[in-house]
Design a binder for this molecule. Structure first.
Ligand code: 3PG
Length: 402
């Protein structure tokens, strides 16, 4: 696909698909990362004289105009981060959007209202794609984190306009390429989280690609139980034992080393700072649950990480939201950050809770690359083709008339 290097945007109307789907609590944006990481693409386009028309979804209004899901406050935050005026139009298509676009001068930035206020967005309705495309001369997709959705503004619109990847999209794809497609070996992955059942495709794909697979979080309990270890009252999936055994057998056949916890921090209550007991994994009290990996496991993981040149990280090692069950994640994250900063490791993290866990550990900015994506990162790790990326590389070669 083409990047911004191939676009001469001066005087052109550029439809920029961003992902402004930022976390908001009580009307306040709680994490500006996605907006900050998008800003360079907008600045570059505006500084080169484009008329930048930003489109995005926000939340899940399901085709209804839900005022609490308006992009207007997020457009204001974007203006603050850019340090330049950002206009807002109360619809992403139709006369309101058309008039707002018509009044743009070179270098201006306009944000259009939530694309998901129109039912056609999620249905990938060609009428909506065409109406969006009709606003602009070119399409830039900078929303890697929404590229797993085949929606009108992420996929359909690329059929009707010359299409380009924005700088954030480029960075995300480069990082994933370095980590998984062409990694410097040995390459390892840390996969944590609650359930194997939601990560089967991901684990299956990683077994084909990595030399070492570190399993953490409650998911590790299922693997331990499948090996016959009594895990007490720990969260685990009893119906996934056969699957876990099949994964371990497949890994052995492929020469991929699976690392499971060797000790655990346990408690009988799931709350912050309860009384805890640290035990080898085969000595978990019957009335207790595993809530974090123990110090021996941290030592083992640190040793394994020292032997790696590349690491992909998805999912925390314990119940990191509750102290002290953030300890193993914090310590391993600090080691990954240290080796990355020393130039000894290429580390790429993303998906689900991973970035909040690394931010909690204070090292989210010390990885080689921290993805802005949740579901899209996971689907990439599963080896799936993301429709938004495919559209950029294939559809834009044959542009349809509006
Ligand atoms: C995300 O936050 O992962 C993307 O913006 C996609 O959002 P969605 O899961 O509502 O499609």
């Amino acid at each position: 696909f083409k990047t911004l290097d191939a676009l001469q945007p001066k005087g052109r109307k550029v439809l920029l698909r961003a992902d402004l789907n930022v976390p908001v609590r009580d009307g306040q944006i709680t994490d500006l990362t996605r907006i900050e990481r998008l800003a360079p693409t907008i600045r570059e386009l505006a500084d080169k004289g484009a008329r930048v028309i930003v489109v995005s979804h926000f939340d899940r209004p399901k085709g209804q105009r839900v005022p609490a899901m308006s992009l207007e406050p997020i457009a204001t935050a974007l203006g603050t981060i850019l340090g330049r005026p950002v206009r807002f139009a109360e619809d992403c298509i139709g006369p309101v959007a058309e008039q707002a676009v018509a009044s743009l001068q070179d270098g201006d930035v306009l944000v259009l209202e939530n694309t998901r206020f129109h039912a056609g967005e999620e249905k990938n309705d060609p009428e909506l794609s065409k109406a969006l495309a009709a606003l602009a001369d070119d399409y830039v997709n900078d929303a890697f984190s929404a590229a797993h959705r085949a929606h009108a503004s992420t996929e359909g619109v690329a059929r009707f306009l010359p299409s380009f990847a924005g700088r954030l999209m480029e960075a995300e794809l480069n990082a994933l390429n370095v980590a998984l497609e062409n990694p410097v070996r040995p390459v390892g992955a840390i996969v944590g989280g609650a359930k194997i059942s939601t990560k089967l495709d991901l684990i299956g794909n990683l077994l084909d690609r990595v030399d070492v697979l570190i399993i953490g979080g409650a998911m590790a309990n299922t693997f331990l139980a499948a090996k016959g270890v009594a895990v007490g009252k720990s969260l685990q999936e009893a119906d996934m034992h056969d699957t876990a055994r099949a994964i371990m057998a497949k890994a052995a056949g492929k020469g991929c080393e699976i690392i499971l916890p060797v000790d655990a921090v346990t408690a009988t209550e799931f709350r912050a700072d309860p009384p805890t007991k640290t035990v080898p994994v085969d000595a978990v009290p019957a009335d207790a649950m595993i809530l974090d990996a123990g110090p021996e496991t941290v030592r083992l993981l640190t040793e394994k990480i020292v032997g790696l040149k590349t690491l992909v990280w998805n999912g925390p090692l314990g119940a990191f939201e509750l102290h002290p069950f953030d300890t193993a994640t914090n310590l391993v994250a600090a080691e990954v950050a240290r080796r990355t900063q020393a130039g000894q490791l290429t580390s790429v993290a993303g998906g689900g809770d991973t970035v909040s866990a690394l931010r909690h550990a204070g090292v989210a900015d010390e990885m080689t690359y921290t993805s802005t994506a949740g579901g899209a990162f996971l689907e990439w790790l599963e080896g799936k083709t993301l429709p938004g990326i495919q559209a950029l590389s294939e559809l834009s070669e044959r542009i349809l008339p509006l």
